[in-house]
Write a protein that binds this ligand. Structure first.
Ligand code: PBE
Length: 266
């Protein structure tokens, strides 16, 4: 299993996810900077996971665009390929971004969003329950029930007299399905009506800058969404990280014997 995945004269491929994801542009940069004889295949997060499952069931060679937190690391034996050039950056954080004006319009919502903070293991627990068959709302409810102290600390002592509707933009990446539904259910507990709106990454970023969404909890920084963020940073309100210790890169099953991106062409 050591070699290239290219096999003969067929070009090797990297199984990607949705075009527009930061990990897709990072992977194009990796192909360029490492001079890889590989093509990045557009796909979706769900199709990527299905390809990974199929390959593992057949012990076939595969390389995918992967990220942490993600349930796939609990499901299978996987490893990141080393990235000596640092194309995929280092540790990432996931930030909460509010639309300009939310702080004045809905101070209670703003405060809850500002306090929302959890660990990779928390997000993974929700992701695993969803992967195991729960709806995102059921998985979020379960986490809230098991973590009432944390959730209560996010809720303000003085409740707002007026509630209202809150719109959360997100992309259907497994991690963001989990976090967005968690926050949706927390805000619902606080009395709000919450609508999660699934869009492409580009629309998520223009939407938060235009005020189409009240907030997003899906901003991967500094690298993954760095280009998107740079374009809108003066028109949004960055509330800081809601999770630290995230990561992106190229991921292979551990039976694939190479350890570094540099070895992909071997
Ligand atoms: N991801 C998950 C996204 C951010 C969240 C790593 C697939 C990306 O833009 O690449």
């Amino acid at each position: 299993f050591g070699c290239g995945g290219g096999g003969g004269d067929a070009k090797g491929k990297i199984v990607g996810i949705e075009p527009g994801a930061g990990i897709m542009s990072a992977t194009e940069a990796a192909i360029e900077q490492y001079g890889l004889d590989f093509q990045l295949q557009d796909s979706s997060s769900a199709a990527m996971a299905a390809s990974l499952k199929r390959a593992i069931d057949n012990e076939e060679w595969i390389v995918v665009t992967g990220w942490t937190p993600h349930w796939k690391f609990a499901q299978w034996d996987l490893k990141y390929l080393d990235d000596p050039k640092g194309v995929y950056g280092g540790e990432e954080e996931i930030a909460t971004i509010a639309r300009t004006g939310l702080k004045d319009d809905m101070p209670e919502v703003y405060e809850i969003l500002d306090k929302f903070y959890w660990a990779p293991a928390d997000m993974e627990a929700v992701m695993l329950d969803i992967q195991g068959g729960m709806t995102p709302d059921e998985a979020a409810e379960k986490w809230i029930e098991n973590n009432q102290d944390k959730v209560n600390a996010w809720l303000p002592e003085q409740e707002a007299a007026e509630k209202g509707k809150v719109t959360l933009g997100y992309v259907e990446w497994d991690s963001e399905i989990a976090s967005t539904h968690l926050v949706k259910n927390v805000l619902e507990k606080a009395g709000y009506q919450v609508e999660p709106v699934a869009v492409d990454a580009g629309v998520m970023w223009t939407g938060i800058a235009n005020g189409d969404f009240d907030a997003i909890v899906s901003a991967w920084l500094p690298l993954t969404h760095g280009d998107y963020y740079a374009k809108v940073k003066d028109n949004v309100d960055n509330l800081g990280p809601n999770l630290e210790g995230a990561k992106i890169g190229l991921v292979v099953p551990t039976y694939v014997t190479i350890d570094s991106i540099e070895e992909l062409n071997d």
